[in-house]
Design a protein around this ligand. Sequence first.
Ligand code: ADP
Ligand code: MG
Length: 712
Amino acid sequence: MPAPKPRPAVKSAASGKPAARPNKVADKLARLGLKTAIDLALHLPMRYEDETQVVPIAAASFMGGSHAQVEGVVTSCDVQFRPRRQLVVTIADDSGPLVMRFLNFYGSQTTQLAEGTRVRARGEVRHGFFGAEMVHPAYKVINEGAPLPTALTPVYPAGEGLSQVLLRKAIHDALAQLDWHDTLPDALCAALGLMPFEQAVRLLHNPPAEVDEHALEERSHPAWVRMKFDELLAQQLSLKRAQQARRNKGAAPLTRTAEISAELLAALPFQLTPAQQRVLTEIRADLHQPYPMQRLLQGDVGSGKTVVAALAAAQAIDSGYQAVLMAPTEILAEQHFHKIAAWLEPLGVPVAWLTGSLKKKQKQEALAKIESGHARLVIGTHALIQEGVQFEQLGLVVVDEQHRFGVGQRLALRNKGLADVAADVAPADSPDGMGDIATVPHQLMMSATPIPRTLAMTYYADLEVSVIDQLPPGRTPIVTRVVDQNRREEVIARVHAAAQEGRQAYWVCPLIEESEALQLQTATDTHAALQAALPDLRVGLVHGRLKPAEKQMVMEAFIRGETHVLVATTVIEVGVDVPNASLMVIEHAERFGLSQLHQLRGRVGRGAAASVCLLLYQSPLGPVARQRLMTMRETTDGFEIARRDLEIRGPGEFLGARQSGQALLRFADLETDQWLVEKARDTAHMLLQNDPATVTRHLARWLGEKEEFLKV
Ligand code: ADP
Ligand code: MG
């Protein structure tokens, strides 16, 4: 394909408005998000085709199986009907013949490819029954002596109804009109060893024949590096700006750690671990600030995050503010309520409880206590708390197991939800003279899912991170065994033995993603089967369809030790804390993801008793499932598990494509381009401090209207 001829400039494209092409094309381009000249210029090829050379047919057929371009004159052109209707065209050059075979074709092709026509054909050469052939080659009709392109031919991501030819024309036009200024100062490019923007973009659209094709393919070519760097820089700048915007919001400094904090610490039946102590110090310092904390508290399952949350809440309460703790599930919210209320109520701190299981009247009472400020701490599920609860003076929001919340919910929490929740904190005419500066509560997010460093630097770039990297003392490590499902009888015997020793067991039912009804059925069946197999034990059942009050009863019976075995669906996945449970059985473990298995396993090993986790699997195991189960057997370290998870799945899936921020990165890859992420982060930091004009220019080019998305 020869490079398209330059067309008259379309004025509006350069000024950032849609190009004045025939509307249909413009519409199709717009559907790909290609509205302006810069959009088109940054629509970079996925790959290239080398049409710069023609090889003799004999040489191409000798290369068999690889791609080649040949040129020849049509010697025959027939529609054949066996084994099915197809167009068979033979071409020949001085070295020999080659068959082009088309299984789908237009009638017009028979005339287009009439005998004597000269064509260039490109495709994979195979050895067919009649010698060398290409099935569905790309071809074009040419005149003898037509020049070969001197650049590799780009292949662009295209949408429906958009041909490569059309895209190439549109991009070619855009390149002719683009305002080519480099958003980065020359000195900076030189210091970072970056190729100039214009040179990089032009090269990627039109690589000279002698370019290092491998580097282009791998996207390691300096031109690609420049694109990736620019993209990552835009992402970092945007995230850092969001962080600054947050700092420009006000928050009530929570400076007192007096009675409640001290009494709670004194009343705890244990000493904080050094790691808990350290993160608490970090959180306390944040809460002192007059702008809202956004801190992620990471700690492996069982590392003791809840008590840290309670101590943060105590600081808010000591400072005269209310605090709220949200959990993703009823069971977890309930458990937090029991545990934390037991800590705080003896100290005279009223704790309110908001959940779906409350009767209307109880709920109204709770809401009234929250609004009047009587309740100092509110615990519940996020759904209820976000429903527009009025606070008297909210100072701190704690979100437990934040990785369980969807992206939408997280965005709502971090932006709108927070503002809504916070609307009552400081009215616009507040007497403290803060005028119309919106004040929002401090926010602490907790998660047991460790975030790999690159992701933390991108998606979470505007969060501070604290890590509890140590488990409370006295825990014996959990022993994990991978057991074939057909040894179920032995497993049941093991459950029986554990119960006889006064310990308790979870039995997690298989995950059935296709059907909740089926999953429920399985749980019910498993419960019946286990109860029948263990007539002298009490077997409980908890699943997502139980009414909240029923769930509560089942959980309480298990916590009190009245049931020996708790058959459960994944509703128990997060947070559930029953230290006496020391045996975890997971059926069809091969169906669960790594982080889910880790979370489930984390329900045991919480007391002093040696705990065991049995992963039952159905053979044969696929390679990925095998890798996961081996990982579980080899390590109980959440960070290591997350690292392997990332290895097995890649960052896109690690947090869900959108959550990782990867989806917003078109060119860079968080895994392979980690070194660039770090460079981009440092550069962003430097530019924000010293060069606001460059920041604005760069963001305008790379993000335009997309900036909002990055904050999710
Ligand atoms: P997670 O970090 O998974 O939320 P939890 O907060 O549920 O962990 O704590 C796990 C268990 O460890 C709880 O029973 C909790 O009371 C206990 N615990 C927390 N901190 C300590 C500590 N410093 N010493 C001993 N036990 C602790
Ligand atoms: Mg927890």
